[in-house]
Design a protein. Sequence first.
Length: 222
Amino acid sequence: MRFNSVALLTALAAGFFSQATFASEISNRSPAAPAAPDAGKGAGSKTSSSAAAAKTTAAAGAGTPPASKIIKIVVGSPDRNKSLVFTPNDIKAAPGDVLQFQFSMINHTVTQSTFANPCMPIAGSEPNAAEIHSGFVPVGANQTTVTTFEVPINNTQPMYLYCAQGPHCMLGMVMTVNAAANQSFAEYKAAAAKATANVPATTVKGGVLGSIPAADAVPPPQ
Ligand SMILES: *[C@@H]1O[C@H](CO)[C@@H](O)[C@H](O)[C@H]1NC(C)=O
Ligand SMILES: *[C@@H]1O[C@H](CO)[C@@H](O)[C@H](O)[C@H]1NC(C)=O
Ligand SMILES: *[C@@H]1O[C@H](CO)[C@@H](O)[C@H](O)[C@H]1NC(C)=O
Ligand SMILES: *[C@@H]1O[C@H](CO)[C@@H](O)[C@H](O)[C@H]1NC(C)=O
Ligand SMILES: *[C@@H]1O[C@H](CO)[C@@H](O)[C@H](O)[C@H]1NC(C)=O
Ligand SMILES: [Cu+2]
């Protein structure tokens, strides 16, 4: 555990982002949204172990393709009142790149769906697909580390990703990687807004959980 006790974790989670604030954020975004989940209940059992590998980009010689890069994605936003987003949320990535999701606030997931069935795990639509799911990553107040989920990119196939917490997917907490022109981020987000359920995947898959010092995360916690 990253925390001293379940009680401390629960207190931190509740104090960090109160129900009132959460409800107000939800209502600002969508009056018709389902009720917010109980932010303070339960305790995550995630054991974020070793620090993420300090990846360095490979030295690129003349004439070689661009070096692979780490693409940092904040699961949230610097503006906590508009934090139910991925930042950035519509990206291009090349084979060899690594998506580094940084869980800086609240209690989110990054989970893969198909374009056609947003807010649903991809395995429900394509049982043999590679699947991305970070699991729920709660963040306590004043945490000195930020949990990361690193996903290596193997091809240029479009990926459609969402947060499976409460109604976050319907509220626009979605993102695309190499989205097709005719299956764009905007179209995916619009389809997600009409989803009737937000379903997490069952197993952490497709990436590696780790942690980095909070001071190294973008944006640094306030
Ligand atoms: C995070 O969210 C999940 C799903 O709603 C919940 O089961 C878990 O208890 C939450 N963790 C914390 C610490 O609030
Ligand atoms: C964020 O929301 C809180 C609660 O609704 C409000 O008091 C505060 O002024 C807001 N901050 C900004 C920058 O809008
Ligand atoms: C977090 O830090 C702030 C500012 O230093 C402090 O006021 C607050 O009590 C701390 N919260 C917890 C749960 O430690
Ligand atoms: C999107 O365009 C590609 C070709 O560029 C085509 O194969 C595919 O069927 C199109 N998808 C939709 C949903 O129109
Ligand atoms: C790329 O391949 C690795 C190793 O099989 C896998 O863990 C990862 O999830 C794959 N990336 C994507 C985006 O599917
Ligand atoms: Cu979320």
